[in-house]
Design a binder for this molecule. Sequence first.
Ligand code: GLU
Length: 280
Amino acid sequence: MITRFAPSPTGPLHLGHAYSALLAHDMARTEGGRFLLRIEDIDQTRTRPEWEALIYEDLHWLGLDWPTPVMRQSDRLPAHAAALQRLTSLGLVYPCTCSRADIRAALAAPQEGAPLHGPDGLVYPGTCRGQDRAATNAAMRLDMAAALARIGTAAELGFTETGSRHRGTHVLDAGRLIKGVGDIVLARPGLGTSYHLAVTVDDAAQGITDVIRGEDLFDATQIHRLLQALLELLTPTYHHHGLIRDAKGKRLAKRDDARAIRKYREDGASPDDIRHMVGL
Ligand code: GLU
């Protein structure tokens, strides 16, 4: 078993991150496997070296250990570009120059009905699909219908989920991927990659057998499973765990500094207190 914790260094780790990291670490240790760390720092406008340093500090304090050097996604751009190239050569990718405002305007057209929200926000209405526009400063999108046609029977592509809320075997739902997810961004303008592409390619490169992460990412797993099929990558087992919420029931975000691990450390909590707080 190889598990991973893949934080983005865009703020302090909070209790929810501690839960993910501890769970991934404990599951690997119980199985005699390995726990890896990956720094998801593709968005260089939001990542900061001080947040990355704090990640190491917090995780070490929690008692976690991992092999070094850690994988950093910003070093992996050539691998992401190669995957994008492969999808492009299959005829599944197109450039998109729509701004958020363009997308909202297109979705506001009377014939569109109520705009749908997918794992990445508003489902893209497909404005640039088949347009063959100049590709400068464009996002690169996956033509979802073409991608599904390419893999044949979506319902034959499955993944195993071991998290309690969705436990079982799931198969891809083509209708939902087309209507409720749509033509996702594979490469953001000026970045050359995206969360979905990077996480799929890098989980495979690290040989991750079990992806342990919050259930807010459960819906994204269909996308990752599809990309694995298109790129001929192995599919890990998934474990989406419940989210740690604040007293009002709202899920924690990076800006919730009150729940930052650093804050608990400074207030004299022990790593066992943190384990207890997240229910481990
Ligand atoms: N980097 C993502 C985050 O910090 C997690 C990605 C994943 O576990 O798939 O939210």
